[in-house]
Ligand binder design. Sequence first.
Ligand SMILES: [Zn+2]
Ligand SMILES: [Zn+2]
Length: 357
Amino acid sequence: MSHAQTATIIPPPTLSTDAEPPASRRARAGRAHPDATELDIRPGWQHALVYLFVVAPFLAVIAGIGFAALGHGISWLDVGLAVGFFAVAGHGVTVGFHRYLTHRAFKAARPLRIALAIAGSMSIEGSVIRWVADHRQHHACADQPGDPHSPWRFGTGPLAVAKGLVWAHLGWLFDRAQTPAARYAPDLLADPDIAWVDKMFPLWAATSLLAPPAIALAVTGGSGSAALLAFIWGSLVRILILHHTTWSINSICHMWGARPYQSRDRSTNVWPLAVLSMGESWHNLHHADPTCARHGVDRGQVDSSARLIALFEKLGWVHDVRWPRRERLVRRQTQPGCGRPDQDEVLVAQTARPAAL
Ligand SMILES: [Zn+2]
Ligand SMILES: [Zn+2]
């Protein structure tokens, strides 16, 4: 992909028109389904936690800067903890929640399946089944009514686009209507291992928050200030960066960037986010070929998630990986797929490892 391609704004959407009354647009968009039940409305205490987990990391940045001004800056231990936990939780989301559990881009051995679901839960982006249900609904309705987080929700005027970006980035998190999991993730609800990981989500979230300060305590021989700084930088700031990286895929990667492949939505490839997003910002290719295990399919496109899947394959922990096929990619440059991961072509028989992996 040429980097020069990334400056384009995509053509006017079909999600809604500026001529349509806002109330009508709101009614047609969002996650609410006519068959939604009270189970699909987020309970009040969970809703309060959403606010907490969006606001607290911001406060942690301010606290971290304040401590640095007082001479307690970020240490190499804090950097190591932040990078390490970012990589584990981040790849738990990209490889586990997304490419494996949402799209079935490969098959995994049971211990790895459970480990990936736990690692993804440590991102504190919601429990595994909720995350997968939201994302499957996003693909089923991408940039159309029913998409939980399309930036085109409010229309195409400058104000509507600005509002849509905020909505797609984090506004949709505060929508108490939840994606019906029974409709979008019945396979995971019926999977005892994944249902257990989902139920234990508070434990994984607590582990994600408390492990960095616990490690700092152990390494420094019980320094309370080292534990506090590890909690700020290794837990909260790390979660802030990971959250906003994931949310950028929903906002920026449906707004600006290159569209080298055909898809029935407005997804884009955004190269500056490739390293931080662990390959997820090659989002146009992903929507064009949702079950593909590798998103950065073109030369020079960094995709650490695909490399990790390749490593797992080499170790024998995953199999039937849906690696990209050249003829399929060429077809996607001129012709969109069906856009339904569950109805996509079965590629297992003819998979080929890409040369760059
Ligand atoms: Zn998308
Ligand atoms: Zn996806």
